[in-house]
Design a protein around this ligand. Sequence first.
Ligand code: BGC
Length: 414
Amino acid sequence: MAAHSPLYGAKMSCLMQGIFLLQKNVSVLANYVQTVLCYSNIIKGNVIPKTNNETEDFTMKRKMVSALLCATMVAGMVVVPAATAQAADKKLIGVTMPTKDLQRWNQDGDNMKKELEAAGYEVDLQYASNDVSTQVSQLENQVANGCDLLVVASIDGSSLGEPLKQAKEKGIPVISYDRLLMNSDAVTYYATFDNYKVGQKQGEYLVDALDLDNQDGPFNIELFTGDPGDNNCNFFFGGAMDVLQKYIDDGKLVVKSGQTEFEQVATANWDSAKAQDRMDTIIAGNYSDGTNLDAVLCSNDSTALGVENALAASYTGEYPIITGQDCDTPNVKNLVAGKQAMSVFKDTRALASAVVKMVDSIMKGEEPEVNDTKSYDNGTGVIPTYLCDPVVVTTDNYKEILIDSGYYTEDQIK
Ligand code: BGC
């Protein structure tokens, strides 16, 4: 992460203000103690009035000391509860993430927590080890524990109906994070990257790399997408196939395995090992006789990694062009090593900032900014959405986009 991000600047300015206030208060307190000590000497008779005027003056000063002492007690009673009330007033935001297994969700969770805390919120951040029942109970706890708003990145978008219903009954707003929560009218807003564009960019990359508009081919391609319970897959796979289908129909692209339907190319839990198993089988059945595999559409980096491992284990032909998404570090290393052609970068810092802005607007009773009010229908209606922009990363621009921007250090991708 950037050493001097805007967040860092904001933190430093808070710190400086804190130090300034502390200094100011310490000097006020010192003056005050000096005055009280001086006057208490008068009261205790350590200083004796000599004239009538001095006696009057001392009587007045004695009254002032009493008043100051009373003020101290009253201030003590008022200031301490006010400070406690301020802490109790902090809004609590529940954030649930699907798993710690994939790098991106760790970054999402960290960024969300940091930014929400910097904006003055308390945060309850939970990871559910890709286990739906764990995520259900985490959400139920957050509702029961008085969270003021929930941000949910689901494992299976359709399986959180019950806790979401409880949230709605308590009037707790729910923001769908990255993945759309389906079939629930409790969902208030959605923030994600433009998922259709992610797939479209992967498809367009393959068209350009194989020069499909000028070459006859045919080129062999295999297809991999993610978990069927993740609504994003429909957009990733749909976006890519909207670009590639016509070349398959023209016979320029051939899927030798014959596996082209969504159900056939899906990968449960986006699991690399499952993608690897399926690729092993595809290689054994279609490419073990020296037939070249020219391209593999992979919806994300974890599936791409499985495919790359299978190729390393048993494929002997010319190395194919492979797509991905997320710019996870093992995949960026593979990119540099020539084992993956591209990945789509989704800057989790940008998504976290957009969601924190949304949270802040909702908590202040204002309308959050959205930029899409037609694409994401969760079965109960269109959910107003804020879409961040995905960016294609290759060996040509990875340094600028990933390292110069402070997302990774050079060491992380060595
Ligand atoms: C996210 C991807 C991620 C995948 C697997 C999707 O919902 O949008 O960025 O690669 O889940 O975790």
